[in-house]
Design a protein. Structure first.
Length: 127
């Protein structure tokens, strides 16, 4: 299965949430796609705060907006290099993103039929 966070995290898509004692229940619903809300949990690893989306006690989504998180390519606040712009995926009602070579998706807001500014607002992985 896919490891969901950077470097050393062992959070795996499909893994049971109750197997992780370091999660905190945020008591929120997390929008993980234009039509899906799931329970949200947070944990911190290597000084980076991650949010997990959990459905039926399994991890289905992981994201971070933490400025301390850096993929092999980008960090929050960076603008997408031009060579990524032809790979942008738009999900109406949710945002735009591009799959990076590291396996993370760099996400940003977009509206009015546009593909957005390309300024990375968060990173995510999902099933």
């Amino acid at each position: 299965m896919t490891i969901l966070s950077g470097c050393s995290s062992q959070v795996v898509i499909g893994e049971k949430v109750n197997s992780f004692s370091h999660f905190t229940d945020s008591n929120t619903l997390l929008m993980v796609s234009p039509s899906q809300l799931v329970d949200g949990y947070q944990f911190t690893e290597n000084d980076v705060v991650f949010t997990l989306g959990v459905e039926n006690d399994q991890v289905v989504y992981q994201s971070t907006r933490d400025m301390n998180f850096v993929t092999d390519e980008l960090k929050c606040g960076d603008h997408l290099p031009e060579y990524y712009l032809d790979r942008v995926v738009r999900e109406d009602g949710w945002g735009c993103y591009v799959l990076l070579d590291s396996g993370w998706n760099a996400a940003f807001y977009c509206g009015n039929g546009q593909k957005g500014s390309g300024k990375v607002e968060w990173f995510f992985k999902r099933v």
